[in-house]
Design a protein around this ligand. Structure first.
Ligand code: GLA
Length: 453
């Protein structure tokens, strides 16, 4: 009797193991399984603003050096950025010495980074920041520094892990299709194999035209946390518009592939530099929020104006960008009057709308209703993100007018009023000055979704 029970148990547990094994085999093998970046990453990166300035002798405050990153780390912490989520401090190109060390490892320029990258990582970690670094799949980086060839990938991943780096931006200059095809996935595996959670940003798609079928976004989502799809941003409104146009013209391909843990990256925020006026700065912030884009600034945090700071630290815009559903938004309308409307569904039955004016004449009064934007049957309140005021829309047929300045935006956070009632009952109120929160626990209703362009 004892024997038969034991053998029946043994049989059952063998079965169970078989089932588990089969299930494991059936699941896709994810090369990247680091659980990082469930919302778009936020932080600061050196490239757009400081490029490859290595002239520390005559320009010590602005050259790519330990001192620059220490300065930015201090600013991120002391000026309220970290509290808002800007936690990645990312070293872009031009940090390394022109040759590898005697063990074949990448090494920082000893004059510009006298204490090495590990010390810098410690400096960041002591302040609850994360440190990112740039490397390049190929012979050399775009700026001509040592690259990572296929047989150096494991070594470099280990070096970054030894330095306690938290994120790698892996570029693709000076490599061919085959090397990229092998190298980008291999780096993903190598980073995983170090056992250190290192977020992985792949520039691969940007080197392959950014679109299917040349780019397999399903696969990319399995091996990278974010990826640059398109050209580098420059310090101008034209550059912002070029990027915006490309992303929204290709939204059918790009919008569905982004989500928690794997994001499209239209490149850095240039707000606070020289190329954007106030309106355009708000527009970049609003559109990056709609795109669920990484909010990685590249500016000089030491000299930022109050105006730029207010835009970059706008809590509602940040909250929209960081919405936990992580659904990228879309352009839903291009009006003959050169007004464009963008929409992003958000958690708790809310949504974001951005009205962009591409006009060059005067503030434009744009008339519409929510039903024209395909919202259905509900009563809503719209919170104007940059004006900090609300507009009541008791019905989807209520007419409203937004005044949009040339090359500017009006950005709305739209929430159904029943969530407000619920909020009142529970003592909460959707007030972005205090907190991005309102009380409805409902999932977004599909019937409120505008017909997508
Ligand atoms: C490429 C990247 C940029 C930057 C430079 C550095 O152009 O797209 O973001 O990293 O290389 O050389």
């Amino acid at each position: 009797m004892m024997r038969s029970i034991t053998s029946a148990r043994a049989g059952k547990s063998q079965m169970l193991w078989k089932v588990i094994l089969l299930l494991m085999l059936a699941l896709p093998t994810l090369a990247l399984d680091n659980g990082l970046m469930r919302t778009p990453p936020m932080g600061w990166m050196s490239w757009e603003r400081f490029r490859c300035n290595t002239d520390c002798r005559t320009d010590p405050k602005n050259c790519i050096s330990e001192a620059l990153f220490v300065d930015m780390a201090d600013r991120l912490v002391e000026d309220g950025w970290l509290k808002l989520g800007y936690k990645y401090l990312i070293i872009d190109d031009c940090w390394s010495f022109m040759s590898r060390d005697n063990k074949g490892r990448l090494m920082p320029d000893p004059i510009r980074f006298p204490n090495g990258i590990h010390k810098l990582a410690r400096y960041a970690h002591d302040r609850e920041l994360k440190l990112g670094i740039h490397a390049n799949m190929g012979k050399q980086t775009c700026a001509g520094y040592p690259g990572t060839m296929l047989d150096q990938i494991e070594k470099d991943a280990q070096t970054f892990a030894d330095w306690e780096v938290d994120m790698l931006k892996f570029d693709g200059c000076y490599s061919n299709v085959n090397e990229q095809q092998k190298g980008f996935p291999l780096m993903s595996k190598a980073l995983n194999a170090t056992g250190r959670p290192i977020a992985y940003s792949c520039s691969w798609p940007a080197y392959r035209g950014g679109l299917p079928p040349s780019v397999n976004y399903t696969f990319l989502g399995e091996i990278c946390n974010l990826w640059r799809n398109y050209d580098d941003i420059e310090d101008s409104w034209e550059s912002v518009l070029r990027i915006v146009d490309w992303f929204f013209q290709n939204q059918d391909d790009l919008q569905p592939v982004s989500g928690p843990g794997h994001w499209n990256d239209p490149d850095m925020l240039i707000i606070g530099n020289f190329g954007l006026n106030l309106e355009q700065s708000q527009a970049q912030m609003a559109l990056w929020a709609i795109m669920a884009a990484p909010l990685i600034m590249s500016n000089d945090l030491r000299t930022l104006t109050g105006e730029a700071r207010n835009i970059l630290q706008n809590k509602a815009a940040i909250a929209i960008n960081q919405d936990p559903l992580g659904i990228q938004g879309r352009r839903i309308l291009q009006d003959e009057g050169h007004i464009e409307v963008f929409w992003r569904p958000l958690s708790k039955s809310a949504s974001a709308l951005v009205f962009l004016s591409r006009r060059t004449d005067m503030p434009y009064r744009y008339h519409s209703t929510l039903s024209l934007l395909n919202y259905t049957s509900d009563s809503y309140t719209a919170y104007d993100v940059f004006k900090d005021e609300t507009v009541s829309l008791p019905s989807v047929n209520t007419h409203f007018t937004v005044t949009i300045n040339p090359s500017g935006v009006v950005m709305w956070y739209v929430y159904p009023d029943k969530s407000l009632e619920h909020a009142k009952e529970t003592g909460g109120h959707p007030n972005f000055q205090r907190k991005y929160a309102h009380a409805s626990q409902q999932r977004p209703k599909h019937n409120m979704a505008p017909i997508l362009l």
